[in-house]
Design a protein around this ligand. Structure first.
Ligand code: FES
Length: 133
């Protein structure tokens, strides 16, 4: 099967990101909602000056409900059947009915202008046979 390349997309400027608060974007297309979070401490897959910026698809891997970020626990939480995913550990599942981690959006950081780009997806976005439609 042919793997098409992703089209990189600027999703945020580091000046826009507040620590421990989600910032919404879509990637790789308008029907795939995602969130980027600056965690405040270095985390696996984190980019930026502090290696703390990570992003995920916000479609729950169980049945596709939109998860939301909980700043108190630093988890993404699903309102439908209560799955939880660890934002500081690459989106891995903590509890609930989901059996897959949240797809992580692979990012890169441009130190010269402070922009963060989405460049690919690690994991399959809910409901898709391929991340690129
Ligand atoms: Fe998220 Fe079921 S859709 S736990």
């Amino acid at each position: 099967r042919t793997t098409l390349p992703y089209t990189p997309k600027v999703i945020a400027h580091t000046a826009q990101l507040r620590e421990n608060a989600p910032f919404a974007f879509t990637f790789p297309d308008a029907s795939s909602p995602c969130a980027v979070v600056k965690m405040g401490t270095p985390v696996p897959g984190g980019v930026g000056p502090e290696r703390d910026i990570v992003a995920f698809s916000v479609l729950c891997t169980h049945m596709g409900c939109p998860v939301s970020y909980d700043s108190a626990t630093r988890e993404f939480r699903c309102p439908c059947h209560f799955s939880t995913f660890d934002a500081e550990k690459s989106g891995q599942m903590i509890s609930g009915q989901a059996t897959e981690k949240l797809p992580a959006i692979v990012l890169d950081y441009n130190a010269s202008d402070g922009t963060v780009r989405a460049i690919s997806v690690d994991g399959l976005i809910y409901g898709r046979q391929s991340n690129l439609l």
